[in-house]
Design a protein. Structure first.
Lengths: 393, 393
């Protein structure tokens, strides 16, 4: 028997991270591999209260089918939240999705014919790249510095690739690098999007988790022509287990996302949407986020300080102003997969960086998550890895 | 500005039903249009208890990311449920999905290249057809009689279409016709699948809601070669608002569904999976289903009896042994869309049948749902429609 799958399936590989996560379920391993928020901060008690209320007030509606677009009171509250990203919008501009991951997958489906170009940061979020790959695009990677995508390179890429379908960017505390695009570059990016008439997919799961300084205006906030598609999520500010995020886009574009959502799974969980909406009425999410920031900031500080102290010369790393990750660059001749092997021997895990490059060129990087490990384990894990690195260099 | 969408988007249209549902939100309308289960039967109180328990026992895990495959204890319980369909399987054969709708969408993605053939019943489930259309297939429709797909026609189609990628069938109380495939035809269908080496997507959302006689063995139960992909759901036996269903398939095929799920939305809601699993531990779902059957059977009986009494000669309808729908055939010269217009004038709604035919040939049918309306409204609505029909014939 030879089952004939669609050609696109040859492009779809498992996420190296998800495979790694299985390895690191062993509790004796200190894992910087995942992108998980800290579960000890989840509002478990509050969610219980909220659920009881939702079920008692209108349990039947909460368990029934509802509209594809999403629960209106929740969309109204998302409109309010978008002000933090300096965006003015209306509930009808918003579609509720199963995390921002679903918005990413839809973006591939809606825009990409086989062979089309997606322009993205180099490196970029693995889960997005994998979702896009199902639609058989080619990737043009734009180098980054500490201020995000290098704009001159972006312009060259736009000039040379008239079949580019969209620019994919994570401007705030990027996954995997932790870097943030500067205000100036955000403005230049939107200018280029207009000049080349190309949509921008702005993926912003971490923006509200800023430890230092002020939140920068989103790229969407500068968009007067409706070319920016903004993806948001409750996974990092509330909890990921409910699988709720959103797409914000202009009507012509959002219509396509709604149609695709209908075919994909009809709608998001009715009760989950009502729970988050009720939570936002009953509790102060801002206060919860402040608490997250306080704890994650401390974890970042500890990780960076310990890296400064324990990593040998020749190993560098980013200093994120928020989010969940720092990006480590090893000497060019080193292969992070080899380092990971030795690192696992001392029970420390991280994600080797190669799979974050859609064309797979660079092997000497690693992504380190600090949000999911307690402080003592951060110090212990980075110290152990420091020893491994010293022995290898 | 001219945004360049992917070619597939030209194929994606809104579901006529979902648009209709908006019309029928007016509570003064008696609607047979939706495919909604009766909300007054949802286990609201039980779900409250279950949620409190899940959150108190392991709230942090319930709100965190988890595996793509799904919560193992839930998959173990699905294995048990599959025995009702005469299937022996293992938890690793199962992927938890966002309703069976997601399993349908994935089937298109996994198997269909542009121009490939999907073989399906004529008529077939609109939501499946819409999900498949994103992958630009052609549809070959197989006529049905009261015993389901006509097997001779299926064999001819398989012979003539070597690029057919799968057979899509809803063997039990089919949507929209309410018809059930006979045992003999199930066996012949699997023989043909083997002969032509073609996968079968067996969609079974209603199978457990049988009002008369015994549940027939699923097509999957005859499958020794792993060619049948079985889609199940909790939407009709428990509640649709949680968005939980499953795919059961052989390892080679299931691997593809898992990879696609990872890109699509990473995983289903962690807490929803734990809630359903806990419900199945604490309560007797069989008893709940018995109750559903008792009430839906009465509603079906009333709808059929009233149709027999009130519809004029020349109008026929199916007599489903379970599920949610009956399928009405109007005289050939009549257009159901026209009937629907007049019907709405007397505040009665149903779904005109044309969109259930993927190639759109037949206009003289309508789908009627009886699960979502109380008994008096069923009698009143069908009686009103009977008058409309008499005036038109």
């Amino acid at each position: 028997m030879a089952i004939k799958f669609a050609a696109r399936m040859e492009n779809i590989k498992g996420s190296a991270i998800r495979e790694l996560l299985k390895l690191t379920e062993d509790p004796s391993i200190i894992s910087f591999a995942g992108g998980l928020p800290a579960p000890e901060l989840f509002p478990v008690k509050e969610l219980e209260e909220v659920t009881v209320k939702v079920l008692r007030e209108d349990g039947r509606a909460a368990l029934q089918y509802s509209t594809t677009e999403g629960f209106l009171p929740l969309r109204e509250k998302i409109v309010q939240r978008m002000k933090k990203a300096s965006v003015e919008c209306m509930p009808n501009d918003i579609l509720v999705t199963a995390g921002s991951q679903q918005g990413l997958e839809f973006s591939g489906k809606i825009f990409v014919n086989e062979g089309d170009i997606i322009i993205c940061e180099s490196p970029s979020y693995l889960g997005a790249l994998n979702a896009f790959k199902a639609y058989q695009p080619k990737f043009v990677e734009i180098s980054m510095d500490e201020d995000g995508m290098i704009i001159e390179e972006l312009e060259k890429a736009l000039e040379q690739n008239p079949n580019a379908k969209f620019i994919y960017t994570i401007p705030d505390f990027q996954n995997p690098t932790g870097r943030t695009m500067s205000l100036e570059r955000r403005k230049k990016l939107i200018e280029l999007a207009y000049k080349y008439d190309i949509p921008v997919v702005e993926d912003n799961p971490y923006g509200e988790l800023r430890f230092d300084g002020e939140i920068l205006p989103s790229i969407k906030s500068f968009d007067t022509k409706g070319l920016v598609i903004y993806l948001g999520t409750f996974s990092k500010t509330f909890c990921p287990g409910l699988r709720l995020g959103w797409v914000l886009a202009s009507p012509e574009i959002l219509t396509k996302y709604i149609l695709v959502k209908q075919g994909a799974d009809l709608q998001c969980s009715t009760i989950a949407q009502r729970e988050v909406s009720k939570f936002l009425e009953m509790y102060d999410l801002e206060k919860h986020i402040e608490n997250l920031i306080k704890i994650y900031r401390k974890r970042r500080d500890l990780m960076i300080q310990t890296m400064e102290k324990e990593f040998p010369a020749g190993v560098s790393f980013t200093r994120p102003q928020g989010g969940l990750f720092t990006w480590v660059t090893f000497p060019e001749h080193m292969d992070a997969a080899e380092i990971m092997k030795k690192s696992l021997e001392v029970k420390v895990a991280f994600v080797p960086g190669q799979s974050f490059f859609p064309n797979g060129e660079f092997k000497n990087h690693g992504r380190f998550n600090y949000s999911n490990m307690p402080e003592d384990k951060i110090v212990e894990g980075i110290t152990r890895l420091g020893k491994v690195l010293k022995s290898m260099i």
